[in-house]
Design a protein around this ligand. Sequence first.
Ligand code: ADP
Length: 796
Amino acid sequence: MQQKMNKIINSGRLKRLTKRLKQVNAYQEVFRQMDDETLKAKTQIFQSRIKEGVPLTTLLPEAYAVVREASLRVLGMYPKDVQVLGAIVLHDGNIAEMQTGEGKTLTATMPLYLNALAGDGAYLITTNDYLARRDCEETTPLFEWLGLSITLGFVDEPDYEYAPGEKKAIYAHDVIYTTNGRLGFDYLIDNLADGQDAKFLPPLNFGIIDEVDSIVLDAAQTPLVISGAPRVQSNLFGITKTFIETLEKDVHFRIKKKEKAIWLTPKGIAAANDYFGINNLYETPYFDLVRNINLALRARHLFDANLDYFIYNGEVVLIDRITGRMLPGTKLQSGLHQSIEAKEGVEISQDMSMMATITFQNLFRQFNDFSGMSATSKLGEQELLDLYTKIVVQIPTDKPIERIDYEDRVFKDATAKNAAIIEQVCALHETQRPVLLITRTAETAEYFSRAFFDRRIPNNLLIAQNVAKEAQMIAEAGQLGAVTVATSMAGRGTDIKLAEGVKELGGLAVIVSEHMENSRVDRQLRGRSGRQGDPGTSQIYISLDDYVVRRWGKSKLLDSKQLRRIDNETIESSHLFQQRVKHIVTRAQRVSEEQGVTIREMANEYEKSLSAQREVVYEERDRVLAQWDLESMYLKELARDVFRRAYRMKRLTTVPKLREYIYQYISFQFTDDLTNIDLNNEKVVVELLTTLFEKRLMSQEQAIEDDYMYIRFIQKAILKAIDSHWIKQVDDLQQLRGSINNRQNGQRNAIFEYHRVSLVYFENMREAVKAQIVNNICQSVTTFDKKGKLVVHFPN
Ligand code: ADP
């Protein structure tokens, strides 16, 4: 029913798109006759029409037709009708689902061209450096022929140090190919700039995200983080670990696995009071203890060795849930990583504070408009709609899909399954048909690869190590007699062309050694075969030892008692058993997918406070950077505000207190007599302090002697105040997020509480920033370096 509805909706959408396709096609003949120069000159004509106010959408048919004809002349490829359909979807800011091999790279050139015409930048964002580079190189001749500038968004060398102005020059191009990670870090770095000339990122205009589902859905669970200084290390990891091992589930604590939530019951709290010899755990002084108990509980009960992480070389290394790859260098935040280290008894590593962070969801929201393409977005459609109000349009393939997706084969355990896979690969190899065997983990891939070598079958092993090499290897997976063993991510984004004679044998045979956590990924894997109407097959193998089953499957069948009664022979032949196992897998996938959605929703909810605050802060920074008029900075008013607050909060009603305040925040050299001042009169004291502030301002100006440098000094003093407090705020919110979980005891709404507290933090931060600005202006010491550059030594 649902599927049928989807089909109807999609064909309605396609019908409307086809109308616009016809408008594009109408230019075909005319442009075919045009000489190169006249065709190239179209770019300038479009540009001046845009200046006159003609909307891009009006120009679309003609502009797309120009790119098409240019592509034929320059690249030797004429974008097909289905590619133009996809290109229209991309300009509309929606998601185009196009199958592997349909030519997404070429499709994207049309909307990139159209949206780059106005000179505000058009971005193609993909998952890794290699793909960005490859696609950029492929399309560069086309864009340059058409008179637009194009570049890779980064310098593809390890640890490359950018010269001043170099990034600015990169981002000044019309078309930019980059990756989500590179762009995200640049966004964060750009907003740490301490002067206008250090800023390099223009407002983000238009972006197309390649493999959009894997970037905004799969990768979205781990935000980008710029780490700062090490945090003060807690010494409670060990003792809390020992304590929580004495607790009993459902007596002392409760778990909601799906929400990854865990909390102490009243009995648990009593046990803690007892163990640590305190009266009430939830009193303020024990805040850190509560946090650590919670971390220890989560480490113990929500994270499983070999499923969520490995112990490797004495370190806790996280596992990428979908690919099963190890993620060295990636760490869980806010002490959780350290708690797992304590649980496993390995050395406890340093917990770093967070300086700046953004989720990919919010990164893409910075774009004026963006769209996406992928082979498997339809399955994530609801979420894409909820998150970004984007619809997914399924673009038909140029030729009908000939691939046959066989029924799954089911086995009781991994041993029986692996034997069957090896046997099947050998049988296919006998006929010279190319085989691509896909596994979830690198270990399994290595196991199979060795098994084939033992049987004298040469094979290529791809375990997501070297992207460039693997792209080349996977491209060869369609050769006669080729056997390729790969993990699911290896060689992604590269399609497999069939060698001569392979079609006759039935095309590429894809065998997947187990279901992935997400049915979208299963579909991507099947799609490795049968590109552009080629023949091909795919088949997925299942056993009850599979990761998805163990991680997410809940069934009586998995009881060891039940299982022991069945042997492998009966299983292979029992239809009922097979159905039941398939059912377990489907359900397990659904649970895992739902959890993914929940986690992303939560992350999104938590991010709301942060992103609202980040927006205010970044805007404020930009305002300061652009401000060259001292009058409109209202420094005196700001100072008066700060002093009024200080007077009340710090009770500056005695001579020693007032003197100390002045000495600490305004001037080291204050010697005036204060005895005749009416200290109980707020107004008098505030005016006195404000006059002192103005004096300090004036002497700073005299010391610097240069109007421009003086304003730069004020800018720096303000930015320094904003940044140091904002960095602290980011880290505090991160910590808060962890601790809010502790307070959760079923009743309170954690997210609501988080938003409430984070707003309080924000208000406090604003006041602290203002006070810091006054302090920075009054007590910084300025010098000039050899090159005459202003150097500011801030008071703290
Ligand atoms: P996708 O990313 O959709 O899997 P690619 O962009 O990698 O596909 O393109 C697949 C192959 O098809 C590439 O070799 C590309 O050069 C080729 N191709 C794409 N569009 C056309 C076209 N219109 N005419 C001829 N070849 C094309």
